[in-house]
Design a protein around this ligand. Structure first.
Ligand SMILES: NC(=O)c1ccc[n+]([C@@H]2O[C@H](COP(=O)([O-])OP(=O)(O)OC[C@H]3O[C@@H](n4cnc5c(N)ncnc54)[C@H](OP(=O)(O)O)[C@@H]3O)[C@@H](O)[C@H]2O)c1
Length: 397
């Protein structure tokens, strides 16, 4: 039986879940991997803090050098969050040949390319299952389950907090403010909900998923973003009357060597499966060239759900240490640009507005919403430039 030595950076919500799973399933995990797994250090900010787990058997430290200078370590699990300092630590560990697992989408959305390049140079493993959709094994689904396919489109509900708020508004008639207050009370929204409500958290996950699906590094600027702050109860009601549900959808299309990625409130037909993903749940739909439509559903956050994804990465890394084998998909190299594709729109006006687009007259009013199906990119741009109407794209028709 081999010895695998781990350092855990962070013992908050996710770190505690990781330790719980490792303790609970120790025998089964060690038997499956034929490895003795030891958590050698746990790095935290405050070593004296009360913890939900018994820390007596672990070496808790607030000195990162205990980890950086320990040359016996095989794997570092980063679940502390943060970008600049954390990147510096991970880079140093990877340079010394330590395999890295991270749940940190904020960091990956900015530094994924450098870290992937470093991992390839050093022939080590970099894993980040928990960074997209928490407990849903979407990274593994793309890298392993779908690696016989080309992927041209994915779309999904990547942020549980905004989905919780939209569900409260649609299903319980709450206003945005009431729903946000409920999300905060239940711990789904942070004191500063900006990253969730303004779509930034989903944007980071779309950037990471685009890399996996299309083998294409993107910056955050390549993914247009709009959050849910301006979605009103009236918009939800009007969309509902026409058979649509409004969801915060992150998606990317690849076509003819080009990619278009976005996060925005989007209308889905009520019969679409993503329209029934409610409250804090996440779901991602992927169209594979061979398999066709697939969908992955589950908890996008939480201690054990996210810990499950991290420990799954740990098992993959232990296997990689043995075999040096990654299973990576044969993907396309593509260039990020807006695609010239036809779109479907729901146009809502605050006052009565009549406009003609490419010979089609559209009238919207305070109590009406109008569908505009199969519009070209040129017409879309014309409609989008108006400031007296509100536009939702319709997907899945
Ligand atoms: N929460 C989720 O459900 C979830 C889901 C998917 C991904 N993630 C990602 O997982 C990561 C961790 O999230 P979390 O919710 O577990 O965070 P958290 O509960 O705030 O825990 C962070 C942990 O890291 C430690 N830490 C933070 N900054 C540190 C520093 N500068 N030096 C030393 N230790 C430091 C904290 O130490 P103390 O305990 O001493 O304060 C704490 O133990 C983030 O990147 C997050 O985006 C979280």
């Amino acid at each position: 039986m081999k010895d695998i030595k781990i350092a855990l950076l962070g013992l908050g919500t996710v770190g505690t879940g990781v330790v719980n799973i490792l303790e609970e399933n120790k025998l089964q995990l060690e038997k499956t991997m034929d490895a003795r797994i030891t958590v050698k250090h746990i790095f935290v900010k405050n070593v004296n803090k009360d913890r939900a787990i018994n820390t007596e058997r672990y070496h808790l430290t607030d000195d990162i050098n205990d980890i950086l200078n320990d040359h016996t370590l095989d794997i570092a699990i980063e679940v502390m969050g943060g970008i600049d300092t954390t990147y510096h630590y991970l880079k140093q560990l990877m340079t010394s040949g330590v395999h890295v697992i991270t749940a940190n989408k904020d960091l990956l959305a900015v530094h994924l390319e450098e870290l992937e390049t470093l991992a390839a140079e050093r022939e080590i493993s970099l894993k980040y299952e928990a960074s997209v959709a928490g407990g849903i094994p979407i990274v593994n689904a793309i890298n392993n389950g779908l690696n016989a396919n080309g992927i041209k489109h994915f779309m999904g509900i990547f942020n549980g907090t905004s989905n919780f708020i939209l569900s409260k508004m649609a299903l319980e008639g709450q206003s945005f403010e009431e729903a946000l207050a409920a999300a905060t009370e239940l711990g789904y929204a942070e004191a500063d909900p900006t990253a969730d409500v303004d779509g930034i958290d989903a944007q980071r996950k779309v950037v990471i998923t685009s890399y996996l699906a299309f083998n294409q590094f993107m910056t955050l600027d390549d993914c247009a973003v709009e959050g849910i702050r301006n979605v009103t109860s009236t918009d939800i009601k009007l969309a509902g009357e026409l058979g649509y549900t409004i969801k915060l959808i992150g998606q990317a299309y690849a076509e003819n060597d080009r990619v278009e990625a976005s996060v925005k409130p989007t209308c889905l037909p009520v019969h679409h499966q993503l329209a029934h993903v409610d409250y804090e749940y996440n779901a991602i739909y992927i169209d594979g060239s061979a398999v066709g439509d697939t969908m992955y559903y589950g908890r996008g956050a939480g201690s054990l759900a996210t810990g499950s994804a991290v420990v799954s990465d740990l098992l993959h890394v232990i296997r990689y240490i043995d075999t040096k084998l990654h299973t990576l998909p044969p993907h396309f190299e593509i260039e990020s640009k807006a695609l010239d594709r036809s779109r479907h729109l729901l146009v809502i006006g605050d006052e009565t507005v009549t406009k003609t687009f490419a010979g089609r007259t559209v009238t919207t009013g305070e109590t009406t919403a109008v569908e505009l199906l199969n519009v070209s990119t040129a017409v879309f741009d014309e409609v989008a430039a108006l400031d007296d109407v509100k536009i939702y794209e319709i997907e899945g028709v």
